[in-house]
Design a protein around this ligand. Structure first.
Ligand code: FES
Ligand SMILES: [Fe+2]
Length: 342
């Protein structure tokens, strides 16, 4: 076991649940960034995420708290709180307690998932979670894919993984041959950044005998901060994936992986079954091979990089520093000179 030297309190959007886990009127307990939290869905369908403890005398709202309309009601003395965590009613007083507020988090709900914005400095969100379909601008919609929930997902709780490991995996072209048994080492076709978003595209194939020169398939990925990636494959089994890693405490993270498999033309099934289920299984198996490495990995800094690897990792690690406002030494451009191959 090796604790990561990277901050477990990065800034950005992080998946905390799948939408289906929080029905209307339901209260869902969870722990992220070292804090007890709840997610609850009001009668009009909006999800709120806030710290779990009532600001009155500290009852945990995940144990007996109930949703009434657009409020959550504490089981202890009936105080009512709105989706921003503001007190809106003390049932035995004329006025609500306007001064007290439960810490709440900006929420985004898309891609079948619930995300919260986390920032130790309390800044408002300054980028978006990419939409699985709109982000790739190819006209595809959710209707072109089997619904991924619940059959095409992977959930692994509290692994010793940092979100940055998964981002580094995207630029780690050499691992594909060894971990995923691709017939050749993929080559980048794109690796650039736009502020908090990184784009990584490469050519890849899984068919035996395929070569880089004649490969007709690849993957595009859009990484929004360290917590959320969306990927699209082309030229092979039509799929989109969303790997998400969310810190739970100073040592561990939850890993969620969601897979959309393109519908087979003419197939009757509307739900994931048969072909769709088999293909999703194949994609999830590949991801699990990575997870098996990541969960026991020790973050290497500076790493011993080969000449071909150097630029991709250097650029990625430099980009990642912007998400660690709580550790200034990481916020400066990291000097990887010790890793420079001679
Ligand atoms: S502790 Fe919540 S209302 Fe008293
Ligand atoms: Fe991988």
């Amino acid at each position: 076991m090796a604790k990561t030297p990277l901050s477990m309190k990065p800034t950005g959007w992080f998946q905390v649940a799948w939408s289906a886990e929080v029905g209307v009127g339901e209260v869902h307990k969870m722990k992220y960034f070292g804090r007890e939290m709840i997610a609850w869905r009001s009668a009009d369908g909006d999800v709120a995420v806030m710290d779990a403890y009532c600001e009155h005398l500290g009852a945990h709202l995940g144990y007996g708290g109930r949703v009434e309309g657009d409020r959550i009601v504490c089981p202890f003395h009936g105080w009512e709180w709105n989706h921003e965590g503001r007190n809106v009613c003390v049932p035995y007083e004329k006025h609500a307690n306007k001064g007290r507020r439960i810490r709440s988090y900006p929420v985004a709900e898309l891609n079948e998932s619930i995300f919260i914005w986390h920032d130790v400095e309390g800044r408002a969100p300054y980028f978006d979670v990419p939409d699985m379909f709109a982000a790739f601008g190819d006209g595809k919609t959710a209707a072109d894919y089997y619904p991924p929930i619940p059959g095409a997902t992977l959930f692994r709780e509290q692994l010793e993984i940092h979100p940055q490991y998964i981002m580094e995996n995207g630029v780690d072209f050499a691992h594909f041959k060894f971990v995923h048994k691709t017939p050749f080492m993929p080559e980048f076709t794109r690796h650039d950044f736009s502020g908090p978003v990184s784009f990584v595209d490469f050519t890849i194939a899984f068919d035996e005998g395929a070569t880089l020169e004649d490969a007709t398939s690849g993957v595009e990925s859009i990484n929004a901060g360290l917590g959320v990636s969306v990927t699209k494959s082309w030229g092979m089994v039509e799929n989109r994936t969303m790997p998400c890693v969310t810190p739970v405490d100073e040592h561990t993270s939850d890993v969620r992986f969601t897979v959309w498999i393109g519908r087979k033309p003419g197939e009757e099934n509307t739900d994931l079954s048969g072909y769709g289920k088999a293909m999703a299984g194949f994609v999830i198996d590949q991801f699990e091979l990575d997870v098996n490495i990541w969960q026991h990995q020790r973050y290497s800094d500076p790493p011993a990089l080969s000449p071909k690897e150097f630029e991709g990792f250097r650029a990625l690690r430099k980009w990642a520093t912007q998400f660690y406002p709580d550790t200034p030494e990481w916020s400066e451009a990291r000097d990887l000179s010790a890793a420079q191959p001679s």
